[in-house]
Design a protein around this ligand. Structure first.
Ligand code: ADP
Ligand code: MG
Length: 381
């Protein structure tokens, strides 16, 4: 296999903030970039050579994108298999179709993890309202029900049994209908000590590198802030690294993959879910690490030597959701006065509650200092 050198064209399926930041890194390395997105004014639009309009299941648009590209990657899991196959006729698609087929369906993904001996929390597969009713009981009354396909940022998920009483048949009925009567999984609600993620990169030539883990803080099932390194004990870090690296090997990953993990109050390390693309919890790698996740995906899909993943300085990020815009324009001038703080906006023109509009980053002498600076800056907005 030979490297795809700078000057070549990279195609990205999806032009959201992940595609935009990948495109910016790729341009720095001297590549040309094209994206495909349903929205002609998507965030990547302003930093790429060409933007093809097409929905995730528009195989013709995916082929049009790929025709002018030397390699194709993606920034969202939900690209239809037919679109990936159509693109693959013209350029290698990395990660490949087989990886994407497993990951884009939570049922297949969970079963793959179990079959390959990776630790996951207790769950049940749901194909009917009766399945869900039985699962709520079997899982002890409190659970997360997640559609097999299509969710992100806690969307297409229903929490059951968090009120006074445990989940009931009424809850099962309501959740089954809220989720559109489609296949789902129900997961036992776990008592979490911490959430972490490990980003791993693997090139077609087999080279593999994994980043030190990030610690992630969610609010309402959306990532609120994240910090590198995670400061978990060394033995757990080793375990987390081993899990992430083995998943990438067993999947024959080509590209990058974020492995989200739960650390339970009981001390168990469990895999939550897989994201075969740059990930919100590694935005801080732009400040914290020798090589950012965005440069790393470019190196990986172009079969270049992977970049050094060591930490230069602790760094944290805090997401900026559309809610912040609802009254007034945020006071970025105030936030930027905090030492070590940087601003990253995605050029989304319509702020909506819960929509990720950008993030703040901060470096610090310690992870704690990086987090406190980024949260202080966010409070000043
Ligand atoms: P998404 O695709 O929206 O990121 P996740 O499965 O990662 O979906 O769930 C989002 C968040 O919801 C998790 O990061 C975690 O905070 C919480 N969560 C999800 N499943 C569970 C669970 N089984 N137990 C406890 N918390 C959970
Ligand atoms: Mg998640």
């Amino acid at each position: 296999m030979s490297a795809i050198l700078p000057g070549a064209t990279i195609g990205i399926l999806g032009g959201g903030q992940l595609g935009r930041m990948t495109a910016m890194a790729a341009r720095s390395l001297g590549y040309r970039i094209q994206v495909m997105d349903p929205d002609p004014s998507c965030p990547a639009r302003f930093v790429v050579d060409a933007c093809f309009e097409g929905s995730w299941d528009d195989a013709r648009a995916a082929a049009d994108l790929a025709r002018g590209c030397d390699v194709i990657t993606l920034e969202i899991e939900q690209i239809a298999v037919a679109s990936l196959q159509a693109a693959a006729k013209y350029a290698p698609v990395r990660p490949g179709v087989a990886t994407m087929e497993i990951i884009q369906d939570r049922i297949l993904q969970k079963n793959w993890l179990v079959d390959h001996g990776f630790p996951v929390g207790e769950f049940r597969t749901i194909h009917s309202e009766a399945d869900l009713e039985a699962a709520i009981v079997a899982l002890g009354g409190r659970c997360f029900v997640k559609s097999a396909r299509g969710g992100y940022d806690g969307r297409s998920q229903v929490k059951i049994g968090f009120g006074e009483d445990g989940g009931s048949a009424d809850d099962a009925h309501e959740a089954w209908h809220l989720l559109g009567q489609r296949p789902a999984i129900a997961e036992k609600a776990l008592d979490l000590e911490k959430e972490i993620s490990v980003m791993v990169a693997r090139a077609p030539n087999g080279e593999l590198k994994s980043y030190p883990s990030a610690a992630n803080h969610h609010e309402n099932q959306i990532l609120a802030w994240s910090v590198i390194p995670s400061s978990i004990p060394a033995t757990l870090e080793e375990k987390a690294q081993e899990i992430a690296r083995r998943i990438a090997e067993e999947m024959n990953l080509e590209g990058v993959l974020a492995v989200e993990m739960f650390l339970t109050k009981g001390g168990q390390l469990l895999v939550n879910e897989l994201a075969p693309r740059p990930h919100n919890s590694y935005h801080a790698s732009e400040r914290a690490c020798v090589t950012s996740q965005f440069e790393q995906i470019v190196r990986a899909v172009c079969d270049l030597p992977l970049g050094d993943v060591s930490i230069v300085t602790p760094a944290a990020i805090a997401n900026l959701l559309g809610d912040l815009w609802l009254e007034n324009e945020p006071r970025f001038d105030r936030a930027l006065a905090v030492p070590g703080v940087g601003l990253h906006l995605y050029e989304k023109h319509l702020p909506r509650a819960g929509r990720k509009m950008g993030h703040l980053s901060a470096i610090g002498k310690t992870p704690e200092e990086a987090v406190s600076r980024v949260l202080e800056a966010k409070d000043l907005l």
